[in-house]
Design a protein around this ligand. Structure first.
Ligand code: ZN
Length: 311
């Protein structure tokens, strides 16, 4: 067969394949999993935190892995009409919450409950566990939270004592934290996909140790704690949970208490540049979305003695 006839014979086949080839080029490269669709839900925060700065940071550090396709969903501003705020949760693999503000409509709450209980991933970031004190299902999802009226009557404190997690019904008082400082994170579960391969102790930079967090707890498991130095003001002397997992129905939840960003806090924000903060959030979000973790622990991860900071 001469070349011209060969071309004529196979040209229709080649033309027919072009759409499929274009699809393959746009799809993930061979061996790479499809990107995780992540909703970063933000737009309101309590007066002590700057959601615009945190959310920009969370979006950047998730996108930097190449593993996530992040969409910021910004709520109406505080005091505005929330009745039409109805994010399309079901279109995402994971929802990262950077929000403590006005209540959502009953319909939106119900859709979020259905999304998580149906297997959707959920990440609770730092002060987002201050939100929605009066929403029972939300408290079941986050396991424990702080402030907003979460006092002794609200539920036990989750803590680590004598080599295991305990429910502390005896201690009075709502959540507190010492002022920001560098402190040691101690892994309490070294085999979970999120923490596997991290040093058992690592130095976290310049952050708040959330303490006396309370709630229904449920199936919450502590992955890592920090000891709130009793010589500091508001230091409880207890091993307080810093990284946690939970389940709500089929949904996986990752809860990090790290990542404070104050209003008008001078930038760069050291605590959100901590490689331990960054990598635990990236891996926690991947686990919440998929149930497994592929994002590696980098060589410059903090050690027991030394924090690690990067832009
Ligand atoms: Zn804070």
């Amino acid at each position: 067969m001469n070349p011209t006839r060969l071309l004529k014979r196979f040209l229709p086949l080649v033309l027919a394949l072009i759409p499929a080839m274009a699809f393959l080029i746009h799809a993930a490269a061979p061996g790479e999993p499809a990107k995780i669709k992540a909703m970063l839900l933000t737009g309101q925060m309590n007066p002590y935190h700057d959601w615009k700065v945190t959310s920009a940071r969370i979006e950047a550090l998730l996108e930097a892995t190449g593993r996530f396709d992040v969409t910021q969903v910004v709520s109406p501003a505080k005091g505005e009409d929330m009745s039409t705020f109805n994010p399309d949760f079901a279109s995402y693999d994971v929802v990262i919450l950077d929000y403590d503000g006005d209540s959502w409509s009953a319909a939106t709450k119900k859709r979020f409950e259905n999304y998580v209980s149906g297997g959707g991933g959920f990440v609770v970031h730092h002060s987002s566990d201050n939100a929605f004190t009066d929403w029972p299902a939300f408290n079941e999802m986050i396991g424990v939270g702080g402030w907003g009226g979460r006092d002794k009557a609200f539920g036990p404190i989750l803590r680590w004592r004598d080599g295991q997690q305990i429910h502390d019904y005896a201690t009075d008082g709502g959540a507190i934290h010492p002022k920001k400082h560098d402190f040691t994170i101690t892994l309490r579960d070294t085999t979970h996909p999120i923490t596997r391969g991290m040093p058992r102790e690592w130095m976290h930079a310049h952050d708040e140790i959330y303490s006396r967090l309370r709630g229904p707890i449920g199936s919450t498991r502590i992955l890592a704690t920090a000891t709130a130095d009793p010589s500091m003001r508001n230091g409880t002397g207890e091993h307080e949970p810093m990284l946690m997992t939970n389940y709500f129905g089929q949904g996986r939840i990752f809860h990090t208490t790290l990542g404070h960003v104050g209003i008008n806090e001078p930038q760069p924000i050291r605590q959100t540049q901590c490689v331990g903060y960054t990598v635990s959030l990236q891996r926690g979000a991947e686990w919440a979305a998929t149930g497994s973790v592929t994002i590696p622990i980098p060589h410059h991860f903090p050690t027991a003695d030394k924090a690690s900071i990067e832009d």
